[in-house]
Design a protein around this ligand. Structure first.
Ligand SMILES: [Zn+2]
Length: 279
């Protein structure tokens, strides 16, 4: 009777190659969005990886103005080439416009660390979000900057402040839009929300009343993250945990405020047209 094969032996070369390829992709994502001075770790199966991905996905802040594939632009690699080392640089260029480049400086020994990047900040603040943020844009930039330097606690603090400022605007918008249509119970609910709800609950309450429910199909976790950011849920979290938290609520935050801004703008345009008709 033959003995069952050792588990380690069942990992074929193909499997290892597939694992390395997945890890390289993950490394590409880390290059594009990971924080500086934060280690990217390898598993036992992927620790011998020694080449960076040929392409990464980045927002192109040039004429493209959207996410594009960026390609490594230096071509000096021989057969024994390794990307590992201390204080090395890698340059990626937008494949579409061939104008924008992103350079990273890194250390790659057991783990991988980004230690510098030019341009310094991801440029991908959506123009619509910029408009929607209005006066809060400067705070938002600081949040993104803190995040890219690995200061997760700082990043969520800035985001928290913007959420607090914007929530009041959101509640006003809801009141303007619905008050006349509401029955006494709805008005009571609104007053209750305004005075007793936490910020994240107010956002969820108001956004659900104004925006289509499809907008929040996958938003539950993000609202939970928003809640943590705007309540005591933040205490005791590490920088890394805060970065994860920031990323989670950044998504719903961006989506909600963009949509609300659009909604508000459409409403104002409609009101202006109506007013013009009456003249
Ligand atoms: Zn481009």
């Amino acid at each position: 009777m033959s003995t069952p094969p050792n588990i380690a032996e069942t990992i074929t070369l193909e499997t290892l190659a597939a694992m390395a390829s997945d890890k390289r992709k993950e490394l590409g994502q880390f290059l594009a969005t990971g924080a500086l001075y934060t280690p990217f770790a390898f598993t036992e199966e992927t620790k011998s990886l020694d080449s960076l991905p040929e392409t990464i996905e980045l927002y192109c802040g040039g004429t493209c103005g959207r996410e594009q594939t960026f390609e490594r632009s230096e071509r000096t690699r021989g057969s024994n080439y390794s990307d590992r080392g201390w204080g090395r640089t890698v340059n990626y260029q937008c494949r579409n416009c061939k104008k924008r480049s992103q350079i990273y400086m890194y250390v790659w020994n057991e783990s991988f660390w980004k230690v510098g990047q030019i341009p310094e900040l991801p440029e991908g603040i959506d123009p619509k979000l910029k408009k929607a943020l209005g006066d809060s844009l400067q705070l938002y930039r600081k949040a993104v900057r803190s995040r890219s330097f690995g200061f997760g606690i700082g990043a969520v603090s800035y985001l928290r402040r913007i959420i607090e400022d914007k929530t009041d605007e959101l509640m006003d918008l809801l009141r303007d839009e619905k008050w006349e249509l509401w029955a006494a119970a709805d008005r009571q609910e609104y007053d209750n929300a305004r005075t007793t709800y936490q910020y994240s609950q107010k956002i969820e309450y108001a956004a659900e009343k104004i925006l289509p429910s499809s907008a929040f199909a996958n938003g539950r976790d993000s609202f939970k993250a928003l809640h943590d950011v705007t309540s005591s849920g933040l205490h005791g979290k590490t920088e890394e945990e805060c970065i994860t938290l920031f990323d989670h609520c950044n998504l719903i935050f961006t989506r909600t405020f963009q949509m609300l801004y659009e909604h508000k703008r459409e409403r104002e345009e409609f009101a202006a047209q109506l007013l013009a008709l009456k003249r």
